[in-house]
Write a protein that binds this ligand. Sequence first.
Ligand code: NAP
Length: 321
Amino acid sequence: MKAILVRQFGGPEVLKLEEVPALKPAAGQVLVKIHAAGVNPADTYARAGNYAVLPSLPYTPGTDGAGVVDSVGEGVKKVKAGDRVYVAKSLSGTYADYALALESQVHRLPENISFCQGAGVFIPYGTAYHAIHHQAQAHGGEAVLVHGASGGVGIASVQMAGAMGLKVLGTAGTEKGLELIKREGAHQAFDHSKPDYRDEIMRATGGRGVDIILEMLANVNLGADLKLLAQMGRVIVIGSRGDVTITPRDLMSRRASVRAFTLWAITEAEAADIHAGIIAGLENGTLRPVVGSQFPLRDAGQAHILVMKPSGAFGKIVLIP
Ligand code: NAP
């Protein structure tokens, strides 16, 4: 089988397609024939050697993927050979022809969801679910600002929050991104590349502010976010790439809060909620992963360059083995 291998941390050029030994599932494990692998920003942080938890070298990147169960190890009951699944973390990495996963890491992929869409399920929708339900504890009728709505997590958040009855305000940095987020359900869309877009957001809430901000770039936006919050508002930090200064009195005067998380730290109970919610939403059509671009597996380096471009996300980037 072929797989991308990273033998040393570094730039996108360290992602090399190599022939590697075939995998075999041991007890409790599942071997998945990967039809599409999802590319997430965190894959690039790890590849560069710049992440809280680093894999030991050499390794095959990729947390997300979708495909068909090839074979299962002893004792596996949840899936059988031939089942369509999405992978949410794995033992061997998803940028490969096959991935070995624990039984708990594979989940049924509904028939109406393509493999490319399935490759964009776990990190984007799991993050959106955890942010909206567990962290923000959102209620229908609240107003949420999805700050960075045109990317993987953003689109998932727009769809999920809309399905729950929240008023959804979203931002993007291009015309195409703005059209995309309106199509996916944002009630109002704002261009975060414009100098006065925050005033527009405030006006759109009648000066009240938003109840929840899902923040994809906290190092740029957190200080200004606090001034956009309504009373008891909360910012959920999802993405950040550096330091930022805030004015704590903006929080005090609103009885507001900032919460943050990484998806790696969710509990088993939270994971069970997340997958049940996601699978139901995929089946009933409220959650519709958007595939932005596809690359052959050998071009994983190009996909890593694209996912880190400052603007121009239009859904998920996927790799096809
Ligand atoms: P993505 O697909 O690359 O999307 C990035 C998003 O950020 C796009 O919507 C982009 O909009 C937007 N953006 C660019 N400049 C912005 C600005 N000045 N203000 C607000 N948004 C801006 O990435 P993703 O997969 O959605 O992930 C988003 C972030 O969350 C990344 O930093 C990622 O590492 C992080 N993340 C964290 C967790 C966690 O566990 N905490 C999980 C998943 C992702 P335009 O392209 O339209 O400008």
